[in-house]
Structures are given as structure tokens and as C-alpha cells.
Write a protein that binds this ligand. Structure first.
Ligand code: PXL
Length: 272
């Protein structure tokens, strides 16, 4: 059985990060170890959320796991709360990186051209450093342009997107997956680049005009699960886009509320 460790916060209410990653990856038949980086009462789009930092615990967990000689087929990081946590994870990667495993970084920092609460340019700089050490990264357009320090624009062409992918892969990662790409008002999807194969792949679906919280985490979790299950990059983005799209469609058709994320539970059967 394949085994992954995913390292991100646990937001008690508001489906995202660990409360999404754990069920999704488990449904894909992969043993899922978790390292919670922080406990929040809700994700940060709610007012007045509580935040307990677990940075020290990450170090203790790492030391224990080294003694136990645990190994993982993939290491997947998501939302991180501080620059200190990024430094801790660089060390974690050094200790658990193997010839035959891969490091998958979702540089969660923002969306729709804006950074989330609590993130600034220094954080972006350090997240870029973490991305340099990864094998696969999954930024959205906001995160990609922030890391490359280029202007975020809602209108762009294929060349702009391919330039971004190549520049990000030049940093280090062999595979770069850019989410939330939309060349016209009818379609949205993912474009990715495989440096070793020097190939771009893309996959689009009809746009549903709504934004839900946590869909980036649903995508990243499904994508890393699909890659671990020996799907190609091209197959994996298709599996993940199709799943996220069905989750959005179901949620949109059944309720319009969006702060709590998508009802991904109703579509988990697609992944089993
Ligand atoms: O979905 C990304 C995410 C994860 N964790 C927390 C967040 C967010 C996005 O805002 O606030 C705590």
C-alpha cells in the first residue's frame, strides 16, 4: 500500500486543508499520515478565527519518525502559517526525501490576485525557496505570479501561461501544474508542464460561475493521490479537474453557500 504524509493546518470548520486531504487521499487507497501545522477554529476567511501554532510539534514529530525509520512514497505540503514553518519543512524534506519518492508542494498563499490574510512579500519569497526543493508544485495563477514577481492579470494568452510554467520549472520542480487557468469566459482548467518530457498538457471544463473556498486543496489532494496511484501527469490532472468540477457542480446545484467549501463528500465515490 502506498503511503503519503501530508503537512498542513487543520481548520476545524470550513472544509479545506487536512479535513479535505485526509478523506480524499484515503479514498484513493493510500495510507495517509498527517502532520498538522496549526489548529484554527475556521479557515482564515471567517472573522475572529483562533490560531494555535504547532511549529514545535512538527520538529518533535520529525525526530520521532526518524528514530522509527518511517518512509513515505510522497510528501505533500499545503497551507503553512509562517516563514519559520517553511524552514522547518526544508529540514523535514531533507530527512524524508528518497530516490523513489516525490515532494509535492501546494504553495497556498492567495487567490483572485490577492494574498490571503497574514501573508506578505517575505512569505512569498520563502515559499518560492520551498518550491525550488519540490518535484511537483501546484500554484494557482495568483501564487505563480507572486512567486515570479510579475503582474497578475485576468486576461492572458497561451504564451503567457507557458512562460510562467517554464520559469517556475526553471526554479527546480520537474512538474509544474497551474490551476485556475481560463483563456475565455466559457472554460476553466489546468495547464501543466513536464520538464523531463518537455511537454505541456491542459484540461478544461465548462466554467461554473461561482467560487468556493478550499477547491485548491481538493484539487491538490486528488492530483497527488492520482500521481501516487501511478497515473501519468496528463491522466492525474484530468482525474483531479473532473473531481473538483463535479464537487462544484453538486454544491452549486444544491446550495449556494460557499464559505464552508464544496460538498466533496458526495462525490468521493468517484475516487474509490
Ligand atoms: O484552502 C486553503 C487554506 C487552507 N488553510 C487555511 C486557509 C486557507 C485559505 O484561506 O485559510 C487556514
Amino acid at each position: 500500500m502506498k503511503k503519503i504524509v501530508t503537512i498542513q493546518d487543520i481548520s476545524c470548520v470550513g472544509k479545506c486543508s487536512l479535513t479535505v486531504a485526509l478523506p480524499i487521499i484515503s479514498c484513493m487507497g493510500i495510507e495517509t499520515a498527517v502532520v498538522p501545522t496549526a489548529v484554527l477554529s475556521t479557515h482564515t476567511a471567517f472573522d475572529g478565527f483562533t490560531y494555535r501554532d504547532l511549529s514545535n510539534d512538527i520538529v518533535c514529530i520529525q525526530k520521532h519518525w526518524q528514530k522509527e525509520k518511517f518512509e513515505f512514497d510522497a510528501i505533500y505540503t499545503g497551507y503553512l502559517g509562517s516563514i519559520e514553518q517553511i524552514d522547518i519543512l526544508k529540514e523535514f524534506f531533507n530527512k524524508f526525501r528518497r530516490q523513489n519518492n516525490f515532494i509535492f508542494v501546494d504553495p497556498v498563499m492567495g487567490d483572485n490576485g490577492k494574498l490571503y490574510k497574514g501573508f506578505d512579500k517575505d512569505f512569498v519569497k520563502q515559499m518560492k525557496e520551498l518550491c525550488k526543493t519540490a518535484d511537483v508544485i501546484v500554484p494557482n495563477l495568483t501564487e505563480a505570479t507572486a512567486m515570479l514577481d510579475i503582474e497578475y492579470n485576468e486576461i492572458y494568452n497561451t504564451k503567457h501561461i507557458e512562460d510562467i510554467l517554464i520559469k517556475l520549472s526553471d526554479l527546480g520542480p520537474e512538474k509544474v501544474i497551474l490551476t485556475g487557468v481560463s483563456y475565455n469566459e466559457n472554460e476553466i482548467g489546468v495547464v501543466c508542464y513536464d520538464k523531463n518530457q518537455n511537454k505541456f498538457y491542459q484540461y478544461f471544463k465548462p466554467k461554473i460561475n461561482v467560487k468556493y473556498h478550499g477547491t485548491g486543496d481538493v484539487f491538490a489532494s486528488t492530483c497527488v493521490g492520482a500521481l501516487l496511484n501511478d497515473n501519468t501527469l496528463e491522466e492525474s490532472i484530468k482525474i483531479a479537474v473532473d473531481y473538483v468540477w463535479e464537487c462544484i457542480k453538486y454544491t452549486y446545484d444544491n446550495k449556494k453557500e460557499n464559505a464552508y467549501g464544496v460538498d466533496f463528500e458526495k462525490k468521493l465515490h468517484m475516487l474509490i
